[in-house]
Design a protein around this ligand. Sequence first.
Ligand code: PBG
Length: 323
Amino acid sequence: MNLIYRPRRLRQNPSLREAIAETRWAPSQLWWPVFVTEGKKVSRQHPLISGLQTISIDQIYSTLKEAASHKIGGIILFGVTEKKDSKGTFALDKNSTVIKAIKEIRSRFPDLLVATDIALDPYTDHGHDGLFDGKKILNDETVEKLCEMSILHAKAGAHIVSPSDMMDGRVEAIREALDEESFVDVSILSYTAKYASCLYGPFRDTLKAKVKGDKKTYQMDPRNRREASRELELDINEGADMVMVKPASWYLDVISDFKDQSTVPVFSYQVSGECGMIELAAKNKMIDRNRGILESLDCLFRAGSDAVITYFAIEAAKLNSER
Ligand code: PBG
């Protein structure tokens, strides 16, 4: 055959493939979600997802030592507590576990970037991210609480606050609140397009959060793409330093849109159900686990993610350096 174009020429050996790979990423682009709880000597792994860990404060040093040694980008902290009530009171406690954890991490690992999740759901008995009057999630009243929570986290030493609640106007309100308290250097990583997804199950089990009803009045409809661009426009105008798409793998179009339509860093969150599906498929010998982890991340970066939050962060950092 007299073919002029033979794309296979560039695929014939590993060095050549490596030389022309369009997507590369480093451990510094992986962020690990960490769950902290009360008590001592607690170190629990999710039965299916080994990277989904709940630890007490005294376990922070031993747990994060490895993470830090792999030079992952940072961690994002969540609280796990039995102290739940209708208003999520413990979220605003100056001695909450998350506050203590931020201080411990900042003093033990001065170079590790610390982000904290801002929402009420770990602390409410109805499992919602905001205040709930029995019928509605109250937007503006919730935003006030999120501002207070952000200030507490900033005071404890968080570098980044990350509102995951999807209330309207929260980015601007949090920015103003932080600035008023002189935390002008604390940045906001907004969960800009967060969808009402079926993929949050293992996370909610970890938080012991039983959601009354669903979150469809504030999280986005998975059928909507242009609406995500609307959220992006608003978040940027409100002062978000970084934006996020969540979940990640089923939302590659949205990640790609965010990359094209903005000039801020784009994060994606490979959520618990996504990691769980990979674990289950591997367990059932349907896919190779290591390849599944790497391919899922390669594709998130290819789509336009500048960084990925994932339960596989530490393992993926290792796997990536070995390939
Ligand atoms: C809620 C929140 C959720 C996750 C992060 N922040 C779940 C939810 O909206 O119910 C999910 C993360 C995951 O599944 O890994 N503030």
